[in-house]
Ligand binder design. Structure first.
Ligand SMILES: [Zn+2]
Length: 234
């Protein structure tokens, strides 16, 4: 299995996709459970958000409860997406050792996902596809909640990551978001996708919440639902 470091050497590689079919079937908003609801094809991208040791391992510095159990569900989606010719993109929170993002430097969070450390590595059980792309967020000291954009915590300036370009070059129309955490990076990524005119689906059983305050995860799902994000199950 290639490591994140391996990706760094190879850079983004996009597969050629052919064929277009409707990405989303009608009825998504009915609330009815449909086992086929998440349907991957070449116009869909699976975004695997921040399944990294610091979030997904009980020994991680910002462990999200249930993070390690989630990996198996996420792996199922990686397999389905890869089989259908969908692009799979992995994100990593990837911070410098000091950043206003961290409590010790005036921010909110304990130190986590410092670039190059164990905590920043993808959780080792996570299935990584050969031609997957990796987006690293926060490398310049920014807050990096959305996979599409980062924000300077001091100036408030928002700048884009390479994800939007990558998806558009590949003819992607919809994204499926899985990973960590529901109330931060999953939410911001899904909302950002909708703002950019992409269809966005969040798989409820393939995400988990930090829940700094009880109910944050549920409120995040409501907020996404209100914004037009499709909430689905595996
Ligand atoms: Zn972070």
């Amino acid at each position: 299995m290639p490591t994140a470091t391996g990706f760094e050497d190879t850079g983004p590689r996009l597969s050629c996709h052919a064929g277009v079919r409707p990405w989303a079937s009608p009825g998504h908003r009915d609330g009815a459970y449909d086992p086929n609801m998440v349907d991957y094809d070449a116009t869909t991208a699976l975004l695997v958000v921040d399944v990294q040791n610091d979030f997904a391992d009980p020994a991680g510095s910002l462990y999200v409860s249930g993070g390690e159990r989630l990996v198996e569900v996420v792996n199922g989606h990686v397999d389905r997406a890869a089989r259908a010719g969908a692009i799979v993109v992995y994100t990593q929170d990837w911070h410098p050792g000091s950043t206003p993002h961290f409590q010790k430097d005036g921010g909110v969070w304990p130190v986590h996902c410092v670039g190059g450390t164990w905590g920043a590595q993808l959780q080792p059980s996570l299935r990584v596809v050969e031609h997957g792309d990796v987006i690293r967020k926060g490398t310049g000291g920014e807050d990096g909640y959305s996979a599409f954009s980062v924000r300077d915590p001091q100036s408030g300036v928002v700048s884009g990551t390479e994800l939007d370009d990558l998806l558009r070059r590949s003819g992607v129309r919809g994204v499926v978001v899985v990973g960590l955490a529901t109330d931060y990076c999953v939410k911001e990524t899904a909302l950002d996708a909708v703002r950019r005119g992409l269809e966005a689906t969040v798989v409820r059983d393939a995400v988990a919440a930090v829940d700094l305050e009880a109910g944050d995860g549920a409120r995040a799902l409501d907020e996404m639902d209100d914004a037009g994000v499709v909430l689905s199950d595996s």
